[in-house]
Design a protein around this ligand. Structure first.
Ligand SMILES: [Zn+2]
Length: 444
């Protein structure tokens, strides 16, 4: 269903800043039997709200269609995410002096990958998640987890039982909830007067600046900035008080919110930076669509020219962002030989739209394609280290954003070079100055 009004402030003057056309559901992997049936497609476009500065997709896909995936997503599959989570818990436990009498709630807690760190420390915690497979896994490892959606209704239930939270954690979920006002109202109801909510989400400013358009898909209803979130939280009596920029997922924010205003220097500084860029004005987004088209043309040119030379190309990572990328490239079925993915639930299926077969990562070494287009570029270092044998045998990776770049077999892997904002090596536009090559010269 196409929206006419802003999901946050109800303004009816939304301006489309990027239109990626009609796209299949990014996570709707296909079985062999489904290949003969047409796929559902929905408009994938992002609009800016001039009244409250929130970026959002224009189409709401019904949840029963959007989340009709028959494989569970387990966060514990990613070593990088596990490390990131353990460090986050360490920081929270120290900063807020959490102990046996504290109560921590995590919204969208998946398989308990983060909360298990609180359990290990003897700190009371509760997870809430709508996916039954991961919820069962979390409870099995001793992380108390409720199978439900979070919102004002569930917060009211906990509050009525006297279970108000010292800390509420919500990682990578703030972009997914259509009724964003009810969701934020839930935080306001659940927090103790001195409590804090700590939220992580992809930072839209990094998405725009580094042209990470593939992070746009129907499940991501929102693309957040401090300017877009401030009116939303203030409306529910909550204040943005601290912020930290993180390199994870192509540039994220960790935002701390509480009931009383107490803005940190870091928050003031980033807010002022956004204001100086004009992030609250539609003109800031004027060239984004042009840059996205330029990136697509450059990447398609590189891939097509290599195929014309007889090179064989596979992909890595059958993730949602990969679906947006390959379907926007639209190079045709069978252009890519296969896509490698470590998730056994995905192997044997096909990516939507372009219908690329998903195989075990061992196939990279067995088949040794010349190039691997790295669809999950946010885990570049981790994936390329795992694929050391493929690289030693002469395989090259292609990283698509912020501009197409080839990582040849001998190039060193340094995570600070692969990270995109704010820890990216500023000396190298893509971080591959040491032995890496920009894609463009290879097109000659
Ligand atoms: Zn608005």
């Amino acid at each position: 269903m196409r929206i006419t009004n802003c999901r946050s402030c109800d303004c009816d003057d939304l301006r489309v800043i990027l239109d990626l056309g009609s796209q299949p559901i990014a996570n709707a992997l296909l079985s062999d039997a489904e290949l003969s049936r047409p796929e559902m497609r929905f408009t994938l476009a992002v609009a800016f709200c001039p009244a409250c500065a929130l970026l959002q997709v224009t189409e709401t896909v019904p949840p029963d269609v959007l989340y009709r995936r028959d494989y569970p997503y387990f966060s514990s599959f990613s070593a990088a995410l596990l490390k990131h989570s353990a460090e986050h818990v360490e920081t929270l436990a120290c900063k807020y002096e959490l102990g046996p009498l504290s109560f921590v709630v995590e919204v969208a807690s998946n398989d308990g990958y983060l909360l298990r760190n609180f359990v290990d420390r003897g700190i009371n915690c509760l997870g809430i998640d709508p996916a039954d497979g991961p919820v069962a896994r979390a409870n099995a490892i001793g992380v108390p987890t409720i199978h439900d959606f979070f919102g004002s209704r569930y917060a009211e239930k906990l509050a009525s039982e006297g279970r108000l939270a010292d800390v509420v954690i919500a990682n990578n979920v703030l972009a997914h909830v259509d009724d964003i006002n009810d969701f934020v109202a839930g935080f306001a109801r659940l927090l103790k007067p001195t409590g804090v909510a700590v939220l992580e989400f992809a930072y839209a400013m990094d998405m725009i600046e580094y042209c990470e358009f593939d992070t746009i898909y129907h499940e991501h209803l929102f693309y957040h900035t401090l300017h877009g979130l401030t009116p939303l939280f203030n409306r529910h009596g909550l204040y943005l008080n601290d912020v930290e920029r993180l390199p994870i997922h192509g540039g994220s924010l960790r935002l701390t919110v509480s009931r009383t205003p107490a803005r940190s220097i870091q928050l003031d500084a980033l807010f002022a930076h956004e204001a100086a860029l004009g992030i609250d004005k539609v003109s800031f987004y004027n060239d984004f669509a042009d840059r996205v088209r330029t990136l697509r043309d450059s990447l398609a040119g590189l891939l097509v020219s290599q195929r014309a030379k007889g090179k064989r190309i596979a992909c890595y990572g059958a993730a949602a962002k990969g679906a947006t990328l390959v379907n926007y490239l639209d190079l045709g079925e069978r252009f890519f030989e296969f896509v490698a993915d470590a998730n056994a639930y995905k192997q044997g299926k096909y990516m939507p739209g372009q219908r690329i077969p998903i195989r075990h990562p061992d196939k990279l070494v067995a088949d040794q394609p010349d190039y691997v287009l790295l669809l999950v570029w946010n885990f570049a270092g981790e994936v390329m280290r795992q694929q050391a044998t493929y690289r030693e045998r002469g395989g090259s990776f292609i990283i698509p954003v912020p501009e197409p770049c080839i990582v040849p077999p001998g190039a060193p892997i340094d995570d600070t070079q692969f990270a995109i904002s704010p820890t990216r090596n500023p000396a190298a536009p893509h971080g591959f100055s040491k032995g890496g090559h920009r894609a463009t010269p290879l097109q000659s």
